[in-house]
Ligand binder design. Structure first.
Ligand code: ATP
Ligand code: MG
Length: 455
């Protein structure tokens, strides 16, 4: 062996094979199925609420995020992937969707569509310490309503989030709801928080001491043990709410009650970003629930709120808006094992001529929307076992005799019954078998729903 050449080991990797970037994931198997299921379910629910799909660039000018999120936020001050491109512009890989969507709203003149309801999903990038449920490239689903000032928009958006979690079958996750008031209420609250925390400044964590003057709301969000004793007695927003802000919050909560969305008040809930006004919310697993166990410390699955100040920060006319985002990986961790989708037809060709025929048969069946696998290698018995494992409704065995006769051996995998059918005669029994299988599945679903209703 030549010097310097490193032989691949059994996994096919040698010492000089490049590694994946820390905090990125290659998603495969059940995790990938769960990921796709989250996205598909989001797409379905998005359409029920009539949110339009948008696709957004993965990078933007750095100022899009710096100006909209606020310089004092963790995301801008330490988590952004920023770089200078060859033209000398400072660009940033998007750490969130909202700022880019707000930028697009202005640069494309989407005002004409207001109120604009949009949804999207894709990768985001934050330079964080990777751990379970926290990555440097992660993915979100995102929903926004731009140009709607009324509390009805908040209610609809929250109802959509709630329905999404239900459709995903996620249990034990609760909507925590707060109001940050309007600009005026928020300023008064902020001043009171600064006063209060100044009195105990020496005992606060370094992070909170630093936040005290710039972003005191964030101290309420602190997970540091040293800050905890001072949080329960901190001034509450309710004491500072203007009449308008109070009425707005009441309209949101009564709307949620009417829509059947359960919520709890979380007086210390603030969002990390500066641009929020009025409604702020997070869906968080209940302590001791399976969801909390699955997620560990990184527990917020979905968060958002109203950001009436953001579009102005980007130089637009004042434009009310509200939105949320949810981590796809975190939702996928709560979805659990999905049942693999059953195969419809396994084609088992014996010999080269049969293989060629299998290709054309497979093309016809797939055009008729049956899922098909051609199992071309291995012993016949092994292939039949593989068809069975894949949950095939039928197996079609083709050998030289069948080719000569224009037939196939058609096997009902459920009963094991086998018959010789003409190639044209396959579709009808195939439809019967797959329909019977789908009906049996539906019966099971209905039975388990009935069980749930009984409980
Ligand atoms: P956290 O408090 O967990 O840091 P955040 O407030 O920074 O969350 P948001 O900016 O509100 O999160 O993003 C919305 C959702 O995106 C979060 O609730 C979470 O599900 C997901 N998320 C955020 N950061 C990450 C990450 N680094 N890795 C995986 N998912 C993430
Ligand atoms: Mg964060």
């Amino acid at each position: 062996m030549r010097k310097g050449f490193l032989a691949p080991n059994r996994s096919g990797m040698s010492k000089n094979t490049p590694k994946a970037i820390r905090g990125t994931q290659d998603i495969f198997g059940p995790d990938a199925e769960a990921f796709a299921y989250v996205v598909e379910t989001f797409e379905r629910v998005r359409k029920l609420y009539r949110f339009r799909r948008i696709e957004m660039p993965v990078f933007e000018k750095t100022e899009v995020f710096a100006r909209s999120l606020g310089e004092t936020t963790d995301v801008v001050s330490k988590e952004m992937y920023s770089f200078e491109d060859r033209g000398g512009d400072s660009l940033t890989l998007r750490p969130e969707f909202t700022a880019g969507i707000a930028r697009a709203f202005l640069t494309n003149g989407w005002q004409q569509h207001a109120p604009l309801k949009v949804g999207t999903h894709g990768p985001l990038f934050r330079y964080e310490r990777p751990q379970k449920g926290r990555y440097r490239q992660f993915h979100q689903i995102d929903a926004e309503i731009i140009g709607a000032a009324e509390p009805q928009a908040d209610v609809e958006l929250l109802a959509m989030a709630d329905q999404l979690l239900k459709e995903l079958g996620i249990e034990g996750v609760t909507l925590h709801l707060n109001t940050l008031g309007d600009g005026e209420s928020r300023e008064a609250w902020r001043a009171a928080l600064i006063d209060y925390f100044r009195g105990v400044k020496d005992q606060l964590s370094e992070d909170s001491q630093e936040r005290l003057e710039k972003n005191p709301l964030r101290i309420l969000d602190s997970k540091d043990r040293r800050d905890q004793p001072f949080l329960p007695d901190a001034p509450k927003i309710d004491a500072f709410l203007s009449d308008e802000a109070r009425a707005f919050f009441e309209a949101v909560t009564s709307g949620l009650d009417a829509a059947g969305v359960k919520w709890v008040r979380a007086e210390n809930l603030v969002r990390g970003l500066d641009y929020y006004r009025h409604t702020a919310f997070e869906f968080i697993p209940e302590e001791g629930s399976a969801a909390a166990d699955a997620l560990g410390a990184q527990s917020t699955v979905l968060g958002g709120g109203r950001y009436d100040g953001l579009i102005e920060n980007l130089g637009g006319a004042p434009t009310p808006a509200v939105g949320w985002a949810a981590g796809i990986e975190r939702l996928a961790m709560l979805v659990g094992e999905l049942e693999a989708e059953n195969l419809d037809v396994a084609i088992i060709p014996m010999g080269d001529a049969a293989l060629a025929l299998s290709q054309s048969l497979a093309a016809e069946l797939r055009a008729a929307h049956y899922s098909v696998e051609i199992l071309a290698t291995g012993k016949a018995k092994k292939r039949m076992a593989r068809a069975n494992e894949a949950g095939a409704a039928a197996a079609l065995v083709i050998g030289d005799d069948e080719i000569a006769e224009g037939t196939v051996q058609f096997k009902d995998m459920q009963s094991g019954a086998q018959s010789e059918l003409s190639r044209e005669g396959i579709l009808e029994p195939l439809m019967e078998l797959t329909t019977a299988r789908d009906m049996a599945f539906l019966d099971d679903e209905i039975a388990s729903l009935a069980d749930l209703a009984d409980e």
